[in-house]
Design a protein around this ligand. Structure first.
Ligand SMILES: Cc1ncc(COP(=O)(O)O)c(C=O)c1O
Length: 361
């Protein structure tokens, strides 16, 4: 019998998410567990967003606004862009997939980095689109090599700035050069899921680069700094013509009304964002230093996580910490990614690491 699916879908393994706290509790019989595996905001959502969700719940029997009018209106005002330049997504994850579904076929080609956010590869495979995954250099996007990987049939290039899982960024000069040089047919996607956490002076917000090429799409999310990962709200900013095509492919009610209400309220609470940025910056610096003292090699993170070479099998370290109630994320044979938690959570992590490395079990 002919295969039910394409060879690419056959080759896929489902996306491996950070291990949920409840699962670890169930499997290991532990109670006090901390999760530093999915780059969530440890401060939680803004109280204003929580209030908005409670209020929106009474209309839970109604379908959400399919056009997410209010959300796009607020985002338009916030970013200084037109509503027609904005599209909402079920997390930015859906937007990334939508870009592939809307703009590529099996005859086309996609470029992204390796390692980078794994969804670029998963979505390309799922849709049968050939791709080139360009190795990072010093754990940073190698933009020269990425530009060189463009073929006549390349339709999309994904650049996560800053990148997940490495946490590194590319600077304004390099990025501007790439945006000017890549052929105009290619849609360049700047995935800015972690933009608020960036502190590097040479970083360029994609909004300031829009004049450099027509086909430039920025993706953002409410899952990280805004602490709304569970409500699944993301968005893209791009030229109206591209957004229009994506809207033709998008499922009608892709963001629920609780998510839309929460996102609008969260956007208004920039104090919560600022506090989250401040606390993350402090703890990120502390983690970098402490992990270095433990003999690990870290990449310079501009995000709310730290990518770390642990010089031993990453799975083993992951499992050992799991037994101590600390969930991190193995992301390579000898690399892990650790989300920056609250000071107390980071103390727990560092204590568990010291115990583990000291061999005292
Ligand atoms: C670089 C990057 N882009 C996009 C996403 C997708 O996030 P969401 O779908 O929750 O917006 C993530 C999530 O981890 C990410 O790390």
């Amino acid at each position: 019998m002919a295969s039910l699916v394409t060879p690419e879908i056959e080759s896929l393994t489902p996306y491996e998410a950070g291990k949920p706290i409840e699962e670890v509790a169930r499997e290991l019989g532990l109670s006090d567990i901390i999760k530093l595996a999915s780059n969530e905001n440890p401060l939680g959502p803004s109280p204003k967003a929580m209030q908005a969700v409670r209020a929106a719940l009474s209309e839970g029997h109604r379908y959400p606004d399919a056009a997410a009018f209010r959300l796009r209106e607020r985002l338009g005002a916030f970013h200084g862009v037109e509503m027609d330049e904005l599209i909402q997504g079920n997390g930015s994850n859906e937007i990334l997939e939508l870009l592939i579904r809307t703009f590529t076929t099996r005859q086309d080609h996609v470029v992204f980095a390796d390692p980078a956010f794994v969804v670029y590869k998963l979505a390309s495979l799922a849709h049968g689109v050939p791709f080139t995954a360009v190795p990072t250099k010093d754990w940073t996007h190698d933009l020269l090599a990425m530009a060189a990987a463009v073929q006549p049939n390349t339709k999309l290039m994904f650049i996560a700035n800053p990148n997940n899982p490495t946490g590194t960024h590319v600077g304004r000069e390099q990025l501007s050069k790439l945006l000017k040089e890549v052929p105009p047919e290619v849609t360049v996607v700047l995935d800015e899921a972690y933009i608020q956490y960036v502190s590097a002076d040479d970083y360029a917000d994609g909004l300031t680069l829009r004049g450099l090429r027509e086909r430039l799409v920025l993706t953002r999310t409410f899952s990280k700094i805004y602490g709304l990962a569970s409500l699944r709200v993301g968005y893209a900013i791009g030229p109206k013509s591209l957004i229009n095509y994506m809207n033709r492919v998008r499922a009608p009610f892709n963001v629920g009304s609780l998510g839309q209400a929460a996102a609008v309220a969260a956007l208004e609470d920039q104090e919560h964002v600022e506090r989250s940025v401040r606390e993350n910056a402090q703890e990120r610096a502390r983690l970098h230093a402490a992990l270095g003292e433990l003999g690990f090699e870290t990449a310079p993170s501009q995000c709310n996580f730290v990518f770390c070479g642990v010089k031993r099998p990453a799975r083993e370290l992951f499992n050992a910490l799991l037994k101590r109630g600390v969930i991190i994320r193995p992301v390579g044979p000898e690399h892990v990614r650790i989300t920056v938690g609250t000071p107390r959570e980071n103390d727990r992590l560092l204590g568990a690491l010291k115990d583990e490395l000291g061999g005292s079990r």
